[in-house]
Design a protein around this ligand. Structure first.
Ligand code: BES
Ligand code: ZN
Ligand code: ZN
Length: 490
């Protein structure tokens, strides 16, 4: 997908895409003028005499060689969002492609009363993210007669330079999201911890960051007791993947930690069979982390950014850990493993304390599919965000608004710390209440950041979708853009 910001005078495309609000008169839609279509143009005239609806996403197509017109409903005034903008563009591209054309130019950014930067970000995201579908494991590949498709976004000439940068950054972030989605969709038999380590190494080589990997024997020697306990039942050895983007002149260090459970069977506290296949997505935090490291150079990030992934497989076996086992995390905290299915926090415990001790970053953020309860707390269109540092978590939520990847704050505090206290050890890995599971999970992992400012993003709610906005069914990369934008905001 090729996305370009152009002035009206530079438009050259097979199709013109114009948006119309439900309440407005389509014959005087401002976008029509841009494309030199008058109110009495044949197609538009015809439309004016039909009882045609411009409900959100409704399309009216007037193909013509070299000058097709596609009018699309923007729905109700003031109800448009970045995500909806992207959705409109995705449908329009599918329509124009389906008719065998290779490009469209759109006035959508100007047709709405949305902020121009938001509109451009939404359109670019819809074009880039909307393009990816998960068909590569099918033996019969869909035929691609079109090749690379071009989207021209028409903007006011005075704003072109600024909006070109907005679109470029959104395209880089969108590509990172797609990379995270492709990694995440790779099933557990292929995407083992070693596979994730190789993916990180390949990206490091291509995108200028250093990658080191610690394996089972080293992690055991270095007393990563919580992380290794989770992995001990699996034949696929655990890996700690350490990625270091360190541009010349960097003054600050920021850190991102990802939960990389390549498959979460639950272990001895085994999960029910129905839906267990979705637990290949329990590595989404790791996939996001690996993918976002690859975007830092292209985005021109000036800070040192550390990405750490704890990659393990949670399996039941004769070697697996048992409910009731007590493990010692690398920072010395003892933990009762009351439920082997609450494994993510055990992996993160050691990954976070390592990150803190080794790199002393200004802040740490983690992304993890940590709790099934997150879906109940914030629903499937939000990421759950939490921290003991209110200002820091708010800055992540502001970043999330900006990029159109929604997050909502959940509470943290001593009530939740209390729920994690163990009977026979310092902590236990589940609480014995059935309340606030996501906040309690967040409190558990924050223990290992000690006094380092720390934000926990529980992405379990939004990490994969049956299909929403411009996302195809499958993993979404949710959280990737939030963290990238927050890094840019630093
Ligand atoms: N990977 C799961 C969380 C999860 C469940 C994410 C469903 C997405 C959808 C995690 O390891 C887990 O199993 N958590 C338990 C914690 C509980 C035992 C305290 C959960 O959420 O049930
Ligand atoms: Zn689990
Ligand atoms: Zn898990």
């Amino acid at each position: 997908m090729n996305v370009k910001i152009v002035k009206a005078s530079d438009v050259k495309a097979d199709f013109a895409l114009v948006g119309v609000y439900e309440e407005d008169d389509k014959r005087v839609a401002p976008g029509l003028k841009t494309f030199g279509l008058e109110a009495n143009d044949h197609a538009v005239f015809q439309l004016g005499h039909e009882a045609s609806s411009f409900a959100f996403g409704k399309m009216h197509s007037f193909p013509a060689d070299g000058r097709g017109l596609l009018m699309i409903g923007l729905g109700k005034r003031d109800a448009l969002t970045q995500e909806k903008m992207g959705t409109l563009l995705k449908s329009a591209v599918a329509h124009v492609k389906g008719m065998g054309f290779k490009s469209l130019a759109t006035t959508l950014a100007a047709d709405s009363n949305m902020d121009a930067e938001d509109a451009v970000r939404g359109l670019t995201s819809g074009a880039v993210i909307g393009e990816l579908a998960f068909t590569h494991y099918k033996s019969e590949q869909p035929e691609d007669k079109i090749g690379e498709f071009t989207v021209q976004i028409v903007v006011d000439g005075k704003q072109a330079t600024k909006l070109r940068k907005v679109s470029k950054d959104a395209a880089i972030m969108g590509a990172a999201v797609n990379e995270a989605r492709l990694l995440a969709n790779t099933p557990g038999n292929i995407a083992t911890p070693a596979f994730l380590a190789d993916a990180a190494k390949a990206s490091g080589k291509a995108n200028g960051f250093k990658v080191t990997v610690k394996g089972r024997s080293q992690l055991r020697k270095e007393k990563f007791g919580a992380l290794c306990g989770v992995a001990q039942g699996s034949a696929n050895e655990e890996k700690l993947i350490i990625m270091d983007y360190n541009p010349a002149g960097a003054k600050k260090t920021l850190a991102v930690v990802g939960k990389g459970v390549t498959f979460d069977s639950g272990g001895i506290s085994i999960k029910p069979g129905a839906g267990m296949w979705d637990m290949k997505y329990d590595k989404c935090g790791a996939c996001n982390t690996i993918a976002l490291m690859g975007a830092l150079k292209d985005l021109g990030v000036k800070h040192r950014v550390i990405g750490v992934v704890g990659a393990v497989e949670n399996m039941p076996s004769g070697d697996a850990q048992r409910p009731g086992d007590i493990v010692t995390a690398r920072d010395g905290t003892t933990i009762e493993v009351l439920n082997t299915d609450a494994e993510g926090r055990l992996v993160l415990a050691d990954a976070i304390s390592y990150t803190r001790d080794k790199f002393d970053p200004s802040w740490i953020v983690d992304m993890a599919t940590l709790t099934g309860a997150c879906d109940f707390a914030v629903g499937s269109t939000y990421v759950g965000a939490m921290s003991k540092n209110d200002e820091l978590v708010q800055s992540f939520i502001a970043a999330s608004r900006k990029v159109g990847d929604k997050a909502w704050q959940l509470p943290q505090g001593e009530e939740f710390d209390e729920a994690n206290k163990g009977t026979y050890a310092d902590l236990q890995n589940i609480s014995l209440t059935n309340k606030a599971g996501t906040a309690i999970g967040g409190s558990f992992v924050s223990h290992f950041a000690k006094d380092t400012p720390f934000v926990h993003l529980d992405i379990a709610s939004k990490a994969w979708t049956p299909g929403v906005d411009y996302f195809a069914k499958g993993p979404t990369g949710a959280g990737t853009r939030i963290v990238l934008q927050r890094i840019l905001d630093e």
